[in-house]
Design a protein around this ligand. Structure first.
Ligand code: ZN
Length: 500
């Protein structure tokens, strides 16, 4: 086979797969926004049919033959070709190592587990949920054995979300983070300073919230001519294809934070997708690299930018113009209020300091499960013990404790650590950007967000999947991933707010 033609054919197939994915993404977006209620059963079937078509395409033996033809040729001396072929090979091998029977069982168990979770969680029925959970754990173990790993089964699961990362490496990062977070939280709780959070729970009309979000996001760099904002129940960002990267949010008229900071978070994801190189669409170089890197972008815009004083020096007067509720509020009070630290049993309500403790707890339990050190039956007890130790809280029932998140019910073990990795990467990238560009908050106060976005485009977005996440971080910042910058950032910010 002529290697040049083989490569062209790989690109053609990659683009065809990407366009089919795009239609799936569009149908999925609609399913989570505007679909009429009675449309759900058939939409689920339509998407399952598309998944089947896509699975056959990505595991087609001809794809493997085309890859081999390019791998054995001089074409791989071109760095773009080499990067694409390396990632395609990795994806192809992982996909074809999973026996079809196991893939089907996993999909069925995930779907059964997720519906059981939704139903049993509402009734606080842990015992009823347990058999579904045991089933997905058992199948995930089989999956890990099928795709393979170097040190331990959990590594195979992590590989799906954060390529190249191992459980040991996560343990190392989290060991740096944990004592700092616990110590900072203890000092914050001992501080007499308390933010006036009542101001965030006044009346914020939905239409004004939406208008405000749509005023702010384009200034940050989210391109609304290649995106849109819609309401949903569980907010997300989704790339349909280049030129169409959408975000969603959820409005509460008695709470300012969720729609605003949620939208900035999703716009952070979307700006990453909008920054991927369009000329590589359909190949790995045109794709995002990992969930951790994705989350670093969303968390950076949400927290390091969106919850900074510099940001609000720019936008608070405009917020006051839009919201009656803020007319008698001062900037300092507002900035303190949106940065309140208060332990909650619920992860998605957590602030910047306690969030990582929620993730740590889940990671420790997942790892113990997959190392055979913890039985699924014992999860609630282990959960509650850690909740007491880390956050000083006692979940009142399973819905508020071990059953609060959907992830485990669908077998997504290895996903949680990527949330904290996102925080770690965000702080490290932001520090590197400031070393190059100077203090950024001053720039934000002037409305200059482009320097940061351009830096991220150059050091993160434009690379697609060229480098593994840890390599990408090292190239962008000069150091391998380290929790040091997150620790320093949290200490400086909350030390000042709470006068520690
Ligand atoms: Zn996110």
């Amino acid at each position: 086979m002529d290697p040049k033609h083989a490569y062209q054919e790989l690109v053609r197939r990659g683009q065809e797969i990407a366009y089919l994915h795009a239609l799936g993404a569009l149908a999925g977006w609609d399913q989570r926004t505007y679909i009429p209620r009675r449309g759900h059963p058939h939409r689920a079937k339509a998407l399952a049919a598309l998944t089947g078509v896509l699975h056959r395409k990505v595991t087609d033996p001809e794809f493997g033959r085309l890859l081999a033809a390019v791998e054995d040729s001089g074409l791989v001396e071109d760095p773009d070709v080499r990067a694409n072929v390396t990632r395609w090979r990795r994806d192809y091998d992982r996909a074809t190592r999973v026996p079809e029977r196991l893939a089907v069982e996993l999909a069925e168990a995930a779907s059964a587990g997720e519906s059981a979770w939704a139903e049993k969680r509402d009734r606080n029925d842990w015992e009823g949920f347990l058999p579904f959970l045991k089933r997905v754990i058992e199948l995930r173990r089989a999956y890990a054995e099928a795709v393979g790993y170097e040190e331990e089964p959990y590594d195979a699961l992590l590989e799906d979300y954060e390529p190249g990362l191992t459980a040991r490496e996560v343990e190392r990062l989290f060991a740096e983070l944990k004592p700092q977070a616990l110590d900072l939280l203890a000092r914050i709780q001992a501080s007499p300073e308390r933010p006036p959070v009542e101001i965030l729970h006044r009346t914020y009309p939905r239409a004004a919230q939406e208008a405000f979000v749509l005023e702010v996001l384009p200034e940050l760099g989210y391109d609304l001519t290649a995106g849109r904002l819609d309401p949903t129940l569980h907010p997300f960002a989704i790339r349909i294809h280049p030129g169409d990267v959408r975000i969603t949010t959820r409005y509460f008229e008695d709470f300012f934070n969720p729609a605003f900071f949620g939208s900035v978070h999703e716009a952070g994801h979307a700006m990453y997708e909008q920054g991927l190189p369009e000329e590589h669409w359909g190949t790995p170089l045109g794709e995002s690299v990992s969930l951790g890197i994705h989350e670093s972008q969303s968390r950076m815009w949400e927290n390091l930018v969106g919850r900074s004083r510099g940001f609000w020096r720019r936008f608070f007067p405009r917020a006051q113009a839009r919201f009656e509720a803020l007319r008698d509020v001062g900037l300092e009070d507002f900035v303190f209020a949106v940065n309140e630290v208060r332990p909650s049993p619920i992860r998605i309500e957590a602030d910047e300091v306690t969030y990582n403790l929620h993730v740590l707890l889940r990671f420790e339990l997942e790892l113990a499960l997959f190392r055979g050190e913890l039985a699924p039956e014992d999860l609630p007890q282990a959960w509650n013990e850690r909740m007491r130790a880390y956050l000083g809280l006692e979940p009142k029932d399973p819905a508020e404790g071990v059953m609060q998140d959907v992830h485990w019910s669908g077998g997504s073990f290895g996903y949680f650590p990527t949330y904290t990795l996102g925080n770690v990467y965000a702080a490290q990238l932001f520090a590197a950007a400031e070393r190059e560009l100077g203090p950024l908050e001053e720039r934000f106060a002037e409305g200059a967000f482009a320097p940061l976005l351009d830096w991220l485009r150059a050091h993160v977005h434009r690379h697609g999947r060229r480098y593994l996440p840890a390599e990408l971080i090292e190239r962008a910042t000069g150091e391998p991933p380290t929790a040091r910058y997150l620790g320093e950032y949290l200490e400086a910010k909350f030390g000042a707010l709470y006068r520690l």
